[in-house]
Design a binder for this molecule. Structure first.
Ligand SMILES: [Cu+2]
Length: 170
């Protein structure tokens, strides 16, 4: 959503230059809730093999359906009283669409990552990627409508690097 020229729900990640890893996979799940017939959050990052937990706090049935190209596809109904559904994604993949077969306007995006260097922009457009070691990187910012932009950034020891992305509506 654009608010005062600030763009929320932009997924920002290190596209090139991240140390090869491997990185520990968090055991803490990324949680996607279905509330008031919307997905919350709308844009997410999750690490490959990290638990991905889907909850339903509505009094309605939802049917959650992912549309990946490299990961397993699933399509499951979740009633109001059902337990959370826990999934995970095996392979890094950008912008997997999640949809509800009951409510076609419900849509969310999941980015499956091999490292922890990513963030989603806040309503004020800001984002922060923490703990990136000093070095030179290509940072990318992806928006569902405006596509992807990239930028080179240099991170110096113990200093925050700045990266301002601009998207223009076509
Ligand atoms: Cu639904």
């Amino acid at each position: 959503m654009v608010k005062n020229g600030k763009l929320a729900n932009v997924f920002v990640y290190v596209k090139e230059g991240a140390p090869a890893g491997p990185y520990p996979v968090p055991s803490e799940p990324v949680v996607l809730d279905q509330k008031n017939c919307r997905y919350s959050p709308h844009m997410m990052g999750v690490m490959a093999k990290q638990p991905f937990k889907i909850t339903n706090t509505d009094q309605a049935d939802h049917n959650i359906h992912d549309m990946p190209s490299k990961n397993p596809a699933w399509n499951e109904t979740q009633m109001p009283t059902d337990k959370p559904i826990v999934k995970s994604f095996t392979t890094p993949e950008m912008m997997i669409v999640l949809q509800c077969n009951q409510h076609p306007w419900m849509r969310a995006y999941v980015n499956v990552m091999s490292n922890p260097y990513y963030a989603v922009s806040a309503p004020d457009g800001s984002f922060e990627i923490k703990n990136l070691p000093p070095g030179e990187y290509t940072l990318a910012a992806v928006h569902e409508k405006f596509g992807e932009k990239t930028m080179k950034v240099k991170v110096e020891t113990k200093q925050a690097a700045k990266a301002d992305f601009e998207f223009s509506a076509k």
